[in-house]
Design a binder for this molecule. Structure first.
Ligand code: SAM
Length: 284
């Protein structure tokens, strides 16, 4: 197996294919040899497991996943990398590369078609320009996956893995906790990539619940309330919810009081149950 974390090897392969990095597509390739084996193992890639990878790049993580899992489906948007991947993954017969934008794919159908009878996980070094949309798509599509093990910017990982109800939490923390239990795994320095990004990264695992945390007739309302509550972080939930959702203050005041939430509290102080109680009562 060619060591794809080796700078010389990467340069040789990429120059032979006339490839240059696209900043717009978040192309920072891993060159730290210890990261991918660790990520692959912590994702649970193993016998009987199928893996979805988003953005394989030249295949450095893909190789590790293929060595452990029954099957890997890697989704890469950049068509220039497809011939590179055919070369670097040549020795594996359990890989399928799809040349598409992950945001355009029906991943439930993909799982049904590609991973019959297998447990499924997601493992990826995500392109940072679409971290949150990709994570929210994976969760909102309610995919039958056990976990989503991803590398993202360190700040994004810290926000997502923060405890709900603490200062470090945000709308994305609450949204992710609705579907999963996030867990910070390990940090990765900026120097572990080529080209090196300006910020450090971290690997986290979202342990996906079989059923979302709360049963709501319309879960969209829950997310609207969360977004509204965090829309003006420094203001009280009373003010941010009423101004963001265009509701009378008196209505919101009553709603919050009935939900057992102090209208003068800030969103970051609210618990998952608080958001649920508000969402249950609000009619939009
Ligand atoms: N997995 C490789 C590694 O760790 O070295 C590359 C990771 S790089 C941070 C992100 C990869 O995602 C790039 O290969 C990029 O072309 C790809 N990508 C960017 N946007 C994408 C999208 N919307 N759908 C699928 N792949 C995408």
């Amino acid at each position: 197996m060619k060591r794809l974390s080796d700078i010389g090897t990467i340069k040789e392969i990429l120059s032979r294919h006339g490839f240059n990095f696209s900043k717009g597509l978040g192309q920072n390739f891993l060159i730290n040899p210890s990261v991918c084996p660790r990520m692959a193992e912590l994702s649970g890639a193993d016998e009987g497991v199928g893996v979805i990878e988003i953005g394989p790049g030249i295949g450095v993580l893909t190789q590790e996943l293929c060595a452990l899992a029954d099957k890997v489906v890697a989704i890469e948007i950049d068509k220039r990398l497809i011939p590179v991947l055919s070369e670097t993954l040549d020795e594996f017969d359990n890989i399928k590369v799809i040349n598409d934008d992950v945001m355009n794919l029906d991943l439930n159908k993909l799982i049904e078609d590609e991973f019959k009878g297998m447990r499924v996980v997601v493992c990826a070094n995500l392109p940072y320009y679409i971290t949150s949309p990709v994570i929210m798509k994976l969760l909102e599509d309610k995919l039958p996956v056990e976990n989503i093990t991803v590398m993202v910017q360190k700040e994004a990982a810290q926000r997502i893995c923060a405890e709900v109800g603490t200062r470090d939490s945000g709308a994305v923390t609450v949204a992710v906790n609705f579907y999963s239990k996030p867990e910070m795994l390990f940090g990765v320095s900026a120097g572990s990539f080529m080209p090196a990004p300006k910020v450090d990264s971290a690997v986290m695992r979202l342990n996906v619940y079989k059923e979302p945390l709360f049963k709501l007739e319309d879960s969209k309302i829950f997310f609207k309330v969360v977004k509204a509550a965090f829309s003006q972080r420094r203001k009280t939930v009373l003010n941010s919810i009423s101004s963001s959702l265009g509701l009378e203050k008196s209505t919101v005041n009553k709603l919050l009081t009935e939900s057992g939430v102090n209208p003068q509290a800030r969103a970051e102080k609210l618990s998952m149950d608080d958001f649920y109680e508000i969402a249950r009562r609000v009619s939009l």
